[in-house]
Design a protein around this ligand. Structure first.
Ligand code: GDD
Ligand code: MN
Length: 364
C-alpha cells in the first residue's frame, strides 16, 4: 500500500491550457517525498484546459479533473474541488503559476507542528513577500479591496485577498454550508463565514508574473466582490438577490418616467398610450438587467431562451402591477391610509411578488 494521502492541491482553472503541465511539474518538484494529489476544477474552458488536464491524469493518477458544465465562478470551483478529496489538508493555488508552490510543504509542516492552527495563508504583504511587477493601478485597487474587507473581517490578516492557502479539510467541510461562494475571494469567504475566529499562520511569498494566458479579473469580478461584502454585512436582513432586483426595479421606474415624459408632454401622445409604451420599455430594461446582474449565474442565453424569459417576466410583472394597484387602493380607500404609505405598500408587495415568481419561473 502506498503512503496515505497528505494534501490535495485544488487548482481552479479557466482557459489555462498552456499552464497545466508546467504546474503539475512544479508540484511534483515542490512536493517530492509527500503524498499528494492535484484536483483541477475547470469550468468547461473553450481552450480545452480540461482535456489538457485529462491527458496528464491518464498517465499520472495523482492528477484529477473536475469539469463543470454551464457554471462559472472561482469560489464555487474551489469549494467543489476541496470537497472532492479525502486528504486531511486541502490547499488552493492558482493555475497560472503566479503563486509559489514551494510554500506548500511549509504549509503542511506548520499544520502538523501546530495542531491548533486551522489555516496557513500565503501572503504578499508581509516581510519577505511581494507583488512582483504590479502597476500602480492594480496596487491601488488591491489596497482598496483590502481596506473594504476589514469591514467584514475580524482577523488581522496581512493579505486577506490571497487565493493561496492550505486549510484542514474537516474545518473546511464544517464551513461549507455557510460559505457564500460569490466571486473570486474564497479565503475571505472562509475567514468571515466561521462563527469562531479561525487560527491562522501566514507565510510570505512573491506573486509571480503571469507568463501564459490572461487574467480573468475584470469589472464583473470587482462587482461580485462588492456583492460578496454586502452579503456578509446585510445578507441576512435583505438577501443580496432581492436587493439587486429591487435596485434594478427602482432604476426601471426612472426609465419609465424618462420615456413617459417626452411621449406625453413632448409628442402629445395620449397618457394611456404613453404609459403602455413606457411600461413595456421599463419591463424590458429590467428583464435584461436582471438577466445580466441579478441572475448572472443562471443567465438566459440565445434568442429562444431570452424571448421566453422576457414574455414570462412581463407576465409576472403585469400581475405584480395589478397587485400593486389593488393593495394601494385598498389601503387608501378602504383603510383610509395615507397616500404615501399606501403607495409604498403596493410597491413592496409587487416587488416581492415579481421577485419570488420570476426567480422561480423565469430564472428557475
Ligand atoms: N474554474 C474556474 N472558474 N477558475 C477560474 C475562474 C472561473 O470562473 N476564474 C478564474 N479562474 C482561475 C484562473 O484560471 C486562475 O487559475 C485563477 O482562477 C486565478 O485567476 P486569475 O484570472 O489569474 O486572477 P488574478 O491573478 O487576477 O487573481 C488571483 O490573485 C488574487 C490576489 O490578488 C486570484 O488567485 C485571487 O483569488 C487572488 O486573491
Ligand atoms: Mn492570475
Amino acid at each position: 500500500m502506498s503512503r496515505p494521502l497528505e494534501i490535495a492541491v485544488v487548482v481552479p482553472v479557466f482557459n489555462e491550457r498552456a499552464n497545466v503541465a508546467a504546474l503539475v511539474a512544479k508540484l511534483d518538484a515542490a512536493l517530492a517525498g509527500r503524498s499528494w494529489e492535484a484536483i483541477f476544477v475547470d469550468d468547461d474552458s473553450p481552450d480545452g484546459t480540461a482535456d489538457a488536464a485529462r491527458d496528464l491524469a491518464r498517465i499520472d493518477p495523482r492528477v484529477r479533473v473536475i469539469q463543470r458544465i454551464g457554471r462559472r465562478g472561482l469560489s464555487t470551483a474551489c469549494i467543489e474541488g476541496m470537497c472532492a478529496s479525502a486528504a486531511p489538508v486541502v490547499a488552493v493555488i492558482d493555475g497560472d503559476l503566479q503563486h509559489d508552490e514551494r510554500l506548500l510543504p511549509q504549509m503542511l509542516d506548520v499544520l502538523s507542528a501546530e495542531p491548533d492552527v486551522d489555516v496557513v495563508i500565503g501572503s504578499r504583504f508581509m516581510t519577505g513577500g511581494g507583488t512582483g511587477d504590479w502597476d500602480r493601478d492594480r496596487v491601488a485597487k488591491s489596497a482598496l479591496a483590502t481596506r473594504l474587507s476589514r469591514r467584514v473581517l475580524k482577523a488581522d490578516l496581512s493579505d486577506p485577498m490571497s487565493g493561496f492557502f492550505a486549510i484542514r479539510a474537516d474545518v473546511l467541510r464544517g464551513l461549507v454550508p455557510v460559505l457564500s461562494g460569490i466571486g473570486f475571494k474564497i479565503l475571505l469567504d472562509i475567514m468571515t463565514a466561521s462563527p469562531r475566529p479561525l487560527k491562522f499562520r501566514e507565510l510570505p511569498y512573491t506573486f509571480r508574473v503571469r507568463e501564459a494566458g490572461e487574467s480573468k479579473l475584470d469589472h464583473v469580478v470587482a462587482m461580485e466582490y462588492l456583492i460578496a461584502l454586502y452579503d456578509r454585512m446585510f445578507g441576512k436582513v435583505v438577501p443580496v438577490r432581492f436587493a439587486m432586483f429591487s435596485a434594478i426595479g427602482a432604476a426601471g421606474a426612472a426609465v419609465h418616467l424618462a420615456v413617459l415624459w417626452p411621449l406625453f408632454r413632448g409628442l402629445g401622445m395620449r397618457f394611456l398610450t404613453a404609459t403602455i409604451v413606457a411600461t413595456a420599455v421599463a419591463m424590458t430594461f429590467n428583464f435584461f438587467l436582471n438577466n445580466a446582474l441579478t441572475y448572472r449565474d443562471r443567465r438566459l442565453k440565445g434568442a429562444r431562451q431570452l424571448f421566453d424569459g422576457w414574455i414570462g417576466f412581463c407576465l409576472v410583472c403585469a400581475i405584480g402591477a395589478v397587485a400593486n394597484v389593488g393593495v394601494a387602493a385598498f389601503l387608501h380607500d378602504v383603510q383610509q391610509g395615507g397616500w404615501a404609505v399606501s403607495a409604498l405598500a403596493g410597491i413592496v408587495v409587487a416587488a416581492v411578488w415579481n421577485f419570488a415568481l420570476s426567480s422561480r419561473f423565469v430564472w428557475g
